[in-house]
Design a protein around this ligand. Structure first.
Ligand SMILES: Cc1cc2nc3c(=O)[nH]c(=O)nc-3n(C[C@H](O)[C@H](O)[C@H](O)COP(=O)(O)OP(=O)(O)OC[C@H]3O[C@@H](n4cnc5c(N)ncnc54)[C@H](O)[C@@H]3O)c2cc1C
Length: 383
C-alpha cells in the first residue's frame, strides 16, 4: 500500500480539517437546497492553494503533483463531491494558449482561484463518442465563428471561462480544437444561452445545456500543442480525461468514505434489541467489507497517481483505478444507507447524498463501459 510522505500527510490533514469544520456543514445545508457551492467556500479553497496544487510555484501554485492533487480531492469529496470537482477546473486546465505572457497570466489567476473554467465538451449526440462532436468553428479572418449545442457543461454560468470543443475541419479526432472563451462570472457571453439540466444529485454544481449561436472567438484563443500545433482538440481532451479519471477515482473514494464514516458513527449510536447495532455481526461484517473496499480503491488510485507523477504511460491504470473506485463507491454508499435503515432513506442524513454522488462517478469522465473497453484494448494490445 502506498505510504504518504510527511508533507503529503500534512496536506491531507489540512484538507481533512477544512472539510470537517468548514465544508461539510455547508454541504449538508446547501446540497438539499440544490444550491451551487458558495463563493465563500471557493475563496477558502483558493487560500488553501487547491486551485494551484499542480501549478508551478513561480505562478503562485503549490508546485506539487497528481498524488497530492488526488489526496486533497479525496478529502474534499468526503465532505462534498461538488467542491472536490471544481479544483479540476483550474490546476493548469485551459492554459494552453500560444502567447506565453497570457499563459502565465492564466496560471497566476488560476492558482489564486480567480480563473475557474468550465468544460463544454459533450453534446446531445456526442457523449462517450466525443469525436462525434458537431459544434462548428468556422474561420473568418482572425476570428472563428462557433455554432452548435453542448450538454452537461458544469459550472458554465459561474465560471470565469469556457473551454469549448469544436470542429474546425471535417473528420473525427483530427478536425477538433478547443477554444478558450473568457467571460464574467455569473453570466453567459453574447452568443451563448444556457438552460440548467435537472439532476438527481451533484447539486453543488449546476450542469447546463448550452446553445451556441454565432459566437465570435479570436483565433488566438485556440488551445495549442506544446509546439504551437493546432488541430489538437482531441489530444487535449484525451490528456485531460486521463487526469480526470484519477481525479474521479479520488472523488469516488471520498464519497464512499463519507458514507462509511457516517455509517460507522450511526451504528455505534443506534440501539436496537438493547444493544448498539454495531454489536451485530451482520453490521460488523458489512462495515469491515466497506472499509476494505475503500482502502483498496485508495491504494489503487495512489499507485496510478505515482505512475503518472513518474511520467509513465499509465492510461490503463488510470482507467482501472477509475473503474474500480466508482464501482465500489456506489456499493459502499448503498451499504452505508442500509446501516442507517429508514433514516438512510431520508434527506436528514448525508448518506443518501454520498450515494447519489457516488453513482455519478460511474458515468462521467468516461462511463464504466468505456473504462472496460480501454482496459480490454490494452490487454488485447489494441489501444
Ligand atoms: C452530472 C454530469 C456532469 C457532467 N459534466 C460534464 C461537463 O462538465 N462537461 C462535459 O463536457 N461533459 C460532462 N458530462 C458528460 C459526461 O461526460 C457524459 O455523460 C458521459 O461521457 C457519457 O455520455 P452520455 O451521457 O452521452 O452517454 P452515452 O455515450 O449515450 O452512453 C449511454 C450508455 O451506452 C454505453 N456505451 C456507449 N458507448 C459504448 C461502447 N462503445 N461500448 C459499450 N457501451 C457503450 C455507456 O456506457 C452508457 O451506459 C457530465 C455528465 C453528467 C451526468
Amino acid at each position: 500500500m502506498t505510504i504518504l510522505t510527511p508533507a503529503q500527510e500534512k496536506l491531507r490533514d489540512e484538507a481533512r480539517d477544512f472539510t470537517a469544520t468548514e465544508l461539510l456543514p455547508v454541504a449538508n445545508k446547501l446540497d438539499p437546497q440544490h444550491a451551487d457551492i458558495p463563493w465563500s467556500i471557493v475563496d477558502r479553497m483558493a487560500e488553501l492553494g487547491y486551485f494551484g496544487i499542480m501549478i508551478d510555484r513561480e505562478y503562485g501554485g503549490l508546485g506539487l503533483g497528481m498524488t497530492e492533487y488526488c489526496v486533497v480531492t479525496e478529502e474534499l469529496s468526503r465532505g462534498w463531491m461538488s467542491a472536490a470537482s471544481i479544483i479540476a477546473r483550474a490546476n493548469g486546465t485551459g492554459s494552453a494558449v500560444a502567447d506565453p505572457a497570457w499563459r502565465a497570466d492564466i496560471l497566476r489567476r488560476q492558482a489564486a482561484g480567480k480563473f475557474i473554467s468550465a468544460g463544454a465538451f459533450s453534446e446531445p449526440e456526442a457523449g462517450s463518442d466525443v469525436a462525434a462532436v458537431s459544434c462548428r468553428a468556422e474561420r473568418r479572418g482572425a476570428t472563428y465563428i462557433l455554432n452548435g449545442h453542448k450538454r452537461w457543461c458544469g459550472w458554465a454560468e459561474a465560471a470565469d471561462a469556457l473551454l469549448i470543443l469544436a470542429r474546425t475541419a471535417p473528420g473525427r479526432r483530427e478536425g477538433l480544437d478547443v477554444f478558450l472563451v473568457e467571460k464574467p462570472r455569473g453570466e453567459f457571453p453574447p452568443g451563448i444561452t444556457g438552460t440548467p439540466i435537472p439532476k438527481i444529485g451533484y447539486h453543488g454544481i449546476t450542469s447546463w445545456a448550452l446553445e451556441i449561436r454565432d459566437l465570435e472567438v479570436p483565433a488566438t484563443h485556440m488551445q495549442v500543442g506544446p509546439n504551437g500545433e493546432t488541430g489538437t482538440g482531441f489530444a487535449l481532451f484525451a490528456n485531460l480525461i486521463n487526469w480526470g479519471r484519477l481525479h474521479t477515482a479520488a472523488r469516488a473514494v471520498g464519497a464512499a468514505r463519507g458514507a462509511l464514516e457516517d455509517a460507522l458513527a450511526y451504528s455505534q449510536d443506534r440501539v436496537q434489541f438493547g444493544k448498539p447495532i454495531s454489536s451485530f455481526q451482520g453490521i460488523k461484517f458489512r462495515l469491515a467489507d466497506m472499509a476494505t473496499q475503500v482502502a483498496a480503491a485508495r491504494a489503487f488510485y495512489l499507485d496510478a497517481a505515482a505512475r503518472f507523477d513518474a511520467g509513465q504511460d499509465c492510461q490503463q491504470e488510470c482507467s482501472m483505478a477509475k473503474l474500480f473506485a466508482s464501482e465500489i463507491a456506489e456499493k459502499v454508499a448503498s451499504s452505508a444507507l442500509q446501516v442507517l435503515g429508514g433514516n438512510g432513506y431520508t434527506t436528514e442524513y448525508a448518506v443518501e447524498r454520498h450515494w447519489r454522488d457516488a453513482r455519478l462517478t460511474q458515468i462521467f469522465e468516461g462511463t464504466s463501459e468505456i473504462q472496460r473497453t480501454i482496459i480490454a484494448q490494452h490487454l488485447l494490445r489494441q489501444p
